[in-house]
Ligand binder design. Sequence first.
Ligand SMILES: C[S@@+](CC[C@H](N)C(=O)[O-])C[C@H]1O[C@@H](n2cnc3c(N)ncnc32)[C@H](O)[C@@H]1O
Length: 258
Amino acid sequence: MTHSTSTNQWQADTYDHKLDFVSRLGDGILSLLQPQAGERILDLGCGTGDLTAEIAAAGAVAVGIDLSAEMIERGRSKYPHLDLSVQNAYTYRTQEPFDAVFSNAALHWMRDAGTVAETVALALRPGGRFVAEFGGHGNVAALVGATEAALAAHGYDPAGRNPWYFPTVGEYASLLEARGFRVMWAQELDRPTPLKGESGVRDWLDVLADDFFHDVSAPDKASIYQMVEDHLRPAIYVDGQWVADYRRLRICAVKVAE
Ligand SMILES: C[S@@+](CC[C@H](N)C(=O)[O-])C[C@H]1O[C@@H](n2cnc3c(N)ncnc32)[C@H](O)[C@@H]1O
């Protein structure tokens, strides 16, 4: 079975150096997970493992999985003691159920959300919890709108390039309920997110939005980046700082005991 997905190409080094806010801002959802010593916890879409390491530091048995070999390789070099492996969340299965499944900033990359929710349900013991944060409905609307407009202005059809799944609380809670979860808590929040340095928008486009540019020539890409910046500057360049229009969905759900 194939699943609609992005090309999932990750520049692990740039991710850690220029977009390290992604995992740093994951501390909020980590505090909702409240990992306990001895618990088995799966970090789904763990990237380079920074939050998996925090879960392990709390005394839990942390297991991190991610589709990107580059991200896992970098994670292993930073945290050789951690159990990190290349796995696809659509198909991952385990014989040893987890007490909790955690995920930060990863689920919106997996557009077949029902299949991923099925993976989570199968990975949890009855009564186990699922605690996640990812892009919510309307996330990065200004960035996406400017990118699509600039692509169109350069003769590229913007349709079908957006790789993300940004659901409302209602959509995602219903999806979990249909798979045997009880949703205990959910929140959609605007979280304006500072991007690092003058090149913040360009770095964001390079590392997180390359799906929009797979067939775009280098000169066109340079011109599109410039147009995106020019278009966004009045809206999201505040006091010498790019601030991305992030909107997050946070959710805590429990797998209902059979
Ligand atoms: C923005 S990164 C977040 C990484 C990490 N959770 C953090 O907070 O820094 C999103 C991650 O989701 C992973 N991912 C995307 N699709 C996936 C899939 N089908 N299965 C597992 N991981 C996936 C990507 O490889 C990437 O490392």
